[in-house]
Design a protein around this ligand. Structure first.
Ligand code: SAM
Length: 293
């Protein structure tokens, strides 16, 4: 791990994505955060693999080995990951500007990077509040060092135990559950296996928020012409999370009880509220936003 560089200094494009588009790590960050207790650098972590794809430096040799293997399977993985971040930025802007949402529960936050949710939200609504939830200790350490304050709260929690997240006093204090909340499940549900009841987790969260709330999700898939799903899943075997890629038909039920926001559940590259038929390299992830009835 190289924890002494500075991602905050990276140039970004219009979407807030690191300008270096060739997959080369473009910088880390100076957090003063070492390796927290309980971290096993030899065990690849989903958060750190993702950090590597985004050009961060909060990753270890074991993470980079998995990431490089995934890149060999499909060199466009970096672009798919960046498309996911671009979607997240578009989605937050849409939620604040078009839907009037001021409260966010971001589960599966990931390591801090460019354009974190509270920073994007604050651009359009300085009073927006964001609760970040993750279960990776390194994510929590960095998030506490870099993201807390300014409308952001960091909470340890596990998507597989949504009731505990909802009962957490810090969550209850930060968010008013009588007013709409956007629950962000961005690039995290594919780390919840079928036998861990991901649909139940989403339903619990949906039932806890009032009408007019939004559920936002992106989900990895092996649909599409170039995907090498089984090999990708295999690459995560030694990691801290298993990877369950799902088809469009398998992802659609996560929207039960929700009205999809146009353009509906579609390729992440195509989810643009104002121009839904963006062409591009359609692969990797589906994205959608649903409105609680
Ligand atoms: C691929 S990153 C996504 C980060 C961010 N949401 C984004 O899309 O840019 C997935 C994150 O989900 C977290 N995660 C995985 N399984 C989780 C679970 N069961 N509960 C909470 N967080 C989880 C990982 O630690 C990691 O930080």
């Amino acid at each position: 791990m190289n924890g002494t560089s500075s991602a905050g200094d990276e140039a970004t494009d219009a979407n807030g994505t690191p300008a270096d588009a060739n997959g080369t790590p473009a910088g880390g960050r100076a957090t003063g955060v070492g390796v927290p207790a309980g971290i096993d650098p030899s065990r690849p972590s989903a958060a750190r693999i993702y950090d590597y794809f985004l050009g961060g430096k909060d990753n270890f040799e074991a993470d980079r080995a998995v990431a490089e293997h995934l890149l060999k399977l499909d060199p466009r993985t970096v672009e798919a990951v960046r498309e996911n971040r671009r979607f997240l930025v578009r989605a937050v802007r849409h939620l604040v500007e078009d839907a009037g949402i001021r409260q966010f529960l971001d589960i599966g936050t990931g390591l801090p990077t460019q354009d974190n949710v509270h920073q994007v939200a604050a651009r359009y609504a300085p009073d927006a509040r964001v609760v970040y939830v993750d279960n990776d200790p390194l994510v929590l350490a960095h998030a506490r060092a870099l993201l807390s304050g300014g409308g952001a709260t960091i909470v340890q929690g596990d998507l597989r135990r949504p009731d505990e997240i909802l009962a957490n006093p810090d969550v209850r204090e930060a968010l008013d559950f009588s007013r709409p909340v956007a629950v962000l499940l961005v690039a995290v549900l594919h780390f919840v296996a079928d036998d861990e009841d991901p649909r139940g987790a989403v339903a619990t969260l949906r039932d806890a928020v009032p009408s007019g709330s939004r559920i936002v999700l992106t989900h990895g898939t092996a649909d599409g012409p170039y995907a090498r799903g089984e090999e990708s899943t295999e690459a995560y075997r030694k990691a801290d999370r298993s990877l369950t890629l799902r088809s469009l038909d398998e992802i659609s039920p996560f929207f039960d009880g929700l009205d999809p926001v146009p353009p509906g559940l579609t390729w992440v590259q195509r989810w643009w509220p104002e121009r839904p038929y963006e062409d591009g390299d359609l692969r990797g992830m589906y994205a959608g936003i649903g409105v609680k009835r």
